[in-house]
Design a protein around this ligand. Structure first.
Ligand code: ZN
Length: 152
């Protein structure tokens, strides 16, 4: 999309035709600026937020399908063994990958989604090192992810 200078104003607007929208609930036509339907009180804002959420989910769905997160877990485990890293250093590394993925696709990947990935990775980590996937570990990992998200 190109912006031609500052003349973004639509011509039809300046000619007097008010932009209108139709209420999905009762069909009443009204100005697009209305927050609630003049006729039946339908909440357009709620509608807009719902739509935004659906679009967000659609974007995330496509991202996960076309560009899923790729954590080189096997390599990380191998390096850890080679260099004698502690188990928790591995968890740090994995969490960094998740945070980076979220930063890269910051307008698509939600906290909920990256938390979900973190929990899946924690499960694998627990199996690898014979740790218990308990509340303490889950909270530890989510806190870790929170701090990594904040690192710019
Ligand atoms: Zn209405």
């Amino acid at each position: 999309m190109f912006y031609k200078g500052t003349k973004k104003e639509n011509k039809s607007n300046s000619e007097g035709a008010a932009p209108i929208k139709e209420c999905p609930s009762c069909g009443f036509m009204q100005h697009t600026r209305k927050v609630k339907c003049e006729s039946c009180g339908h909440d357009f804002e709620e509608e807009r937020i719902k739509q935004q959420k659906e679009e967000q989910q659609q974007k995330l769905y496509l991202l996960v399908r076309d560009n899923p997160i790729n954590i080189p877990t096997d390599k990380i485990y191998a390096i850890a063994e080679e260099r004698g890293w502690k188990e928790y250093a591995v968890l740090h590394k994995i969490t960094e990958h998740i945070a980076n993925y979220q930063k890269k696709y910051f307008n698509i990947v939600t906290d909920d989604y990256s938390n979900k990935i973190a929990m899946e990775e924690l499960q694998k980590w627990c199996s690898k090192y014979s740790k218990k996937n308990n509340k303490w570990h889950r909270e530890f990992m989510l806190r870790l992810l929170d701090t990594k998200r904040e690192v710019k």
